[in-house]
Design a protein around this ligand. Structure first.
Ligand code: MLT
Length: 393
């Protein structure tokens, strides 16, 4: 037996596991410090009432002989796919039901989708970036080309026509920088992908944070995107499903490469390796799209947006540069005095008990940056930013 040697090329542990371990060690030795976590983008507000009601009634259905469900369709129940389809419709994107695939979250699909692509493809990934894109390709031994996202391009890199890529990752609103592409910029990426016969893997997990009506929530708002893009989305940040687990991926029927339909391949992959998301969770997820559900999740989203403002107001007062915080739950700040981001992480943890995410964990261009999230409670976010202000004023 030979192991997959590519794993040797990975960092020892996944970014957020490394941070969790460091925080645990610190708190074991400093029991008196009240730690406030603005690190991993994990939500704190409970599921909304409409979702809870739907979950309860689905549990009841599972307990009655007449309504009990066994295996469901691997690609998701129609009731949820129809709800997702109408949501896209509201943003003027029309999809077919068989283009939507329900899953247990965007992270798994972003990794699993790579089953469809040959190992010898060239992968284009922005730096800094959500580490899952990089790690999953390293595991498969693919060649990665990085494209710089930095202050000069507002953390929104554009294609370089002299670089040939086959698989392109775009996340907008971006994790970690909070920067958001406009339609014109995305349309340049779509043209580039079509010219190169490349596929774009578009991560729209943070679309529900977009308030600016001119910014696209889906890449399919851009003409021709269905010819080159797969879109990944999730209920995690939109409706607090980080622990409940549900997401969806859109694979348009127009995606045909070398006579192979990516939609048919993904269906084949999912029916073989996945048995679908539980009926109960899908019922809960579909309630997110009801009129009540939409109103209720908006309250939670507004709550996190208010936290983002608490963070960005403090940085404004201190004159610290940052991106994000608007149309995004993430705030990407420049470490004061150009500090190294892991040193800055240690400084915040040891001096004021605040946990954030060092930019270096997202790539080389993040080495002097730091990410804060707006997903904690208002009280804790306020307390954290008061401590932050006192330290840097
Ligand atoms: C993050 O903090 O970057 C995200 O919560 C990670 C994820 O969504 O998997």
């Amino acid at each position: 037996m030979r192991v997959n040697e590519n794993y040797k090329n990975l960092d020892e542990s996944y970014l957020f596991s490394t941070i969790a371990k460091k925080v645990k060690e610190f708190s074991e030795h400093n029991k008196d410090v009240e730690i406030i976590k603005l690190g991993i983008g994990d939500v704190t507000q409970p599921l909304c009432h409409a979702v809870i009601e739907a979950l309860h009634s689905a549990v009841e259905e599972m307990g009655r002989k007449e309504t009990f469900k066994g295996y469901g369709p691997e690609q998701g129940y129609d009731f949820l796919k129809e709800a997702i389809l109408s949501y896209y419709d509201k943003n003027n994107v029309s999809l077919d039901l068989d283009e939507i695939f329900v899953s247990d979250g965007a992270k798994s699909d972003l990794g699993n989708i790579l089953d469809l692509f040959d190992k010898d493809n060239i992968v284009l990934i922005p730096d800094p970036v959500y580490p899952v894109y990089v790690d999953t390709n390293i595991m498969a031994g693919r060649k990665i080309v990085f494209i710089d996202a930095n202050e000069n391009n507002g953390f929104l890199p554009m294609p370089n026509n002299s670089v040939k890529a086959d698989i392109i990752y775009i996340c907008s609103p971006n994790n970690p920088t909070g920067a958001v592409y406009n339609k014109e910029q995305l349309s340049v990426w779509v043209d580039y992908a079509i010219k190169n016969e490349a596929v774009i893997l578009f991560d729209s997990a943070y679309e529900s944070f977009i308030d600016d009506k001119n910014l696209p929530k889906s890449i399919y708002e851009v003409e021709n995107a269905k010819k080159c893009a797969i879109e990944f989305c999730s209920f995690s940040k939109t409706a607090g499903f980080t622990g409940t687990r549900c997401g969806y991926t859109v694979v348009p029927n127009e995606l045909v490469f070398n006579n192979s339909s990516l939609n048919k391949m993904w269906l084949r992959r999912q029916t073989t390796k996945f048995n679908g998301v539980s009926y109960i969770v899908q019922k809960g997820a579909s309630a997110v799209f009801s009129e009540e559900g939409q109103k209720q999740i908006k309250q939670n989203l507004d709550y996190y947006k208010r936290n983002a403002k608490v963070i960005s107001d403090t940085l404004d007062k201190l004159g610290i540069d940052y991106t994000g915080g608007k149309n995004s739950p993430y705030i990407w700040l420049k470490c004061p005095n150009n500090m190294n981001s892991w040193d800055f992480f240690d400084l915040l943890l040891t001096k004021i008990g605040i946990v954030g995410t060092p930019g270096a964990g997202f790539g080389n261009n993040g080495k002097n940056y730091f990410r804060l999230t707006s997903f904690n409670t208002l009280e804790k976010t306020q307390e954290a930013m008061e401590r932050f202000y006192e330290l840097f004023k």
